[in-house]
Design a protein around this ligand. Structure first.
Ligand SMILES: Cc1cc2nc3c(=O)[nH]c(=O)nc-3n(C[C@H](O)[C@H](O)[C@H](O)COP(=O)(O)OP(=O)(O)OC[C@H]3O[C@@H](n4cnc5c(N)ncnc54)[C@H](O)[C@@H]3O)c2cc1C
Length: 455
């Protein structure tokens, strides 16, 4: 059954609750966000996006943008909202030299990475291949190449954007520079991006995999310090999590806290092997999967298991010592049943050499980011898990500050306030007042326009 509703100028597919594909179409990547939108509008091109934005403006409909559907806060769905589904906008067009690409927001990190690798290049995306570029880029983008090539936004040359009045504009360093600044970290507050222009950086084979060692007050600070002082070619994402029963690890270690050192080296092989030897010397190694592989292998094919429910919080730290580890250990010990972990991201490198005020991601000087995650059965009520990630962040608050907007599951003004330094937030509100004065794009980590009351 096709939808009866007509939206002037919109030629994509409209899916209403009575349509047979509605139940599938309403799902997002996180089973914790189990909402029932009023309508799902699959845009086929920028004209569809503009038509839907104009219609939302005229009717007062609440728009939820969806590119890859991986919003941690569930912003790509909602009860009664109109989902603007941009997943069909997934084209990837490289220039003839393979140095740059125009890409749609619906393209996924893994798909783009495979195609770019055939041209010898890459863009620094996140840790997960199924994340959509639409939300990844507007949040900033911190991943495997963050120390070598910076955040994803550091490779962004321009964006085509449908603004709140339904106009298609280009944002770049020379056109609408305020909008370009805000798009790079300010989330979906300023318009709907219909195409990104990205610069590729050279990449070849990498050393990649996991080193598992016991998580202790000695190993955690030592691994992070090594990662922070290493050349930019090394990016570490070590996480602390209980070791489940697994054949590769002696049974005596099962149930103990492990430090799972997710490792990527993207430089000269001999130097990488030397650094890896230093990493391995930091602890008894319980498992070692690090191997040479083509760069796209950092994004394995996704499994087809059932969708899990999860929630998260985060905090930036400048220093990690044994005391931080002990706090993380105690926080993990209080987690409700399910899989809970604390992922440390080692920052700095190329990401840290960009000025704090160059983009709306304003945490360039921070050395580490901690991401607390609770993964739980969708049948469980989420409140206990949301409280746990919030309490966990609070326990670390005397050792750090701020939060990464893309890892904020909480959906309230205080969660948004944490994600931006005060000067960045003030500037974002000014840009919002110019480009979206009526706050049409509000179903997100919302930045209110400067002249609107601020919660
Ligand atoms: C398993 C997992 C792993 C992750 N790992 C990382 C990581 O390593 N590094 C990292 O930086 N982030 C990571 N994230 C966070 C991720 O980057 C954000 O959740 C991001 O918003 C997801 O993008 P999406 O397009 O898939 O999401 P969607 O749910 O489709 O969109 C999320 C929000 O992004 C905005 N948005 C989406 N598309 C557009 C558009 N076209 N124009 C303007 N705004 C838009 C909107 O505000 C929307 O509500 C991870 C998330 C998950 C679920």
């Amino acid at each position: 059954m096709s939808a009866q509703l007509k939206i002037p100028g919109f030629e994509g597919r409209l899916i209403e609750p009575s349509d047979s594909d509605y139940e599938l179409a309403r799902l997002t990547g996180n089973a914790a966000c189990d909402a029932r939108p009023a309508l799902i509008a699959k845009a086929g091109n920028a004209d569809d996006v503009a038509a839907l934005v104009r219609w939302a403006l005229a009717t007062g409909a609440v728009l939820a943008m969806r590119s890859g559907g991986h919003s941690v806060a569930g912003h790509s769905t909602g009860d009664g909202v109109v989902v603007l589904d941009l997943s069909p906008l997934d084209s990837i067009e490289f220039d003839t030299r393979g140095a740059m690409a125009w890409v749609g927001p619906g393209a996924k990190a893994a798909t783009f990475t495979k195609a770019a690798y055939e041209r010898g290049g890459a863009v620094s995306f996140g840790d997960t291949g199924t994340v959509g570029l639409g939300g990844l880029i507007t949040g900033g983008g911190i991943g495997w190449l963050v120390r070598k090539y910076g955040l994803t936004i550091d490779s962004l040359l321009a964006a085509e954007v449908v603004t709140a009045d339904g106009e298609l504009v280009t944002a770049s360093a020379t056109h609408n520079a305020d909008l370009f600044w805000a798009l790079r970290g300010g989330g979906g507050n300023f318009g709907v991006v219909t195409r990104y222009h990205l610069a590729l950086s050279p990449i070849g084979e990498v050393l990649h995999g996991m080193l598992l060692m016991p998580a202790t007050a000695e190993t955690v600070p030592a691994v992070l310090a090594l990662g922070s002082a290493a050349p930019d070619d090394l990016t570490l994402m070590p996480f602390v999590m209980a070791i489940p029963p697994m054949d590769e690890v002696p049974a005596t270690e099962h149930g103990r806290l492990g430090l799972w050192v997710d490792t990527l080296w993207a430089g000269p092989r001999a130097q990488g092997n030397e650094l890896l030897a230093r990493l391995r010397a930091l602890g008894p190694i319980l498992m070692d999967t690090v191997a040479a592989k083509p760069y796209p292998a950092v994004y394995p094919e996704p499994g087809d298991g059932p969708r899990g429910a999860w929630t998260s919080s985060s905090i930036f730290l400048d220093d990690v010592d044994g005391g931080v580890f002990e706090t993380v250990r105690d926080v993990l010990a209080q987690a409700p049943p399910g899989e809970s972990l604390a992922i440390f991201r080692v920052l700095g490198g190329a990401a840290g050499r960009v000025a704090d005020d160059a983009t709306a991601y304003g945490w360039r000087d921070r050395r580490y980011l901690v991401w607390l995650i609770a993964d739980y059965p969708p049948t469980e009520p989420g409140a206990a898990y949301a409280a746990w990630v919030a309490d966990g962040r609070a326990a670390l608050a005397n050792r750090g500050s701020g939060a990464f907007v893309s890892f904020q599951a909480a959906d309230d003004p205080s969660a948004v306030a944490l994600a931006y330094p005060a000067a960045t937030m003030a500037r974002l509100r000014e840009v919002k007042a110019r480009w979206d004065p009526d706050n049409l794009f509000r179903h997100n980590h919302n930045v209110s326009p400067a002249d609107m009351a601020h919660d």
